[in-house]
Design a binder for this molecule. Sequence first.
Ligand code: SF4
Length: 207
Amino acid sequence: MQGEASHTGTPSAFIRLHGCSVGCPWCDTPYTWRDQVETADFQALVEASKEAAVVASASVEMLCDWVAAQNVQHVVITGGEPLEQDLLPLVEALPFVVQVETSGTVAARPELARAVDWWTVSPKVGMPGGLAVQPEMLRLASEIKMPVSRDSDIETLKALLLDARPGTPVWLQPLSLSKRATRLCVDAAGLNGWRVSLQTHKMAGMR
Ligand code: SF4
């Protein structure tokens, strides 16, 4: 189940891609970073329902077959930073609504920009990887989902929004669902006409 932002509650198949150069210190999927994973056979991975710290190579066809078996109409491609791989063949092959979640640090080429149904841009600013959020990704965003832990994140977001299209839905997501960050998000959302995303999949006991 997609538990975050505009598509909250939508039954979804998640494809989590390996690799990320952003390096967020609070990353909750560090097993997607290169050189921290082992490889496995894709079918064995699916059958064993293994979770974190395992990655498998899979062809576009294998992924499409897997998604078709999930009985959902919505696919979320996430990571890692999914745009560090060439997504176009996969996106074009998936006969479903395709949502891509990205940090916005890699610009999507025009063909990919058009092929994806829903772009979730979750900006990561000032991270150890030293990558900047690309203004064209903010303009492309169907929604912007900002991780928030402190007041300065709100100011960072306001600066980023200068590059976004007016009216783009903005979601504030409190880091680790801490009480302090959640309060900050609720207050800032109220003042600015934004919304709060609470990672409802975690509340429901899903990864
Ligand atoms: S961009 Fe996402 S996957 Fe990459 S380090 Fe940050 S939180 Fe983790």
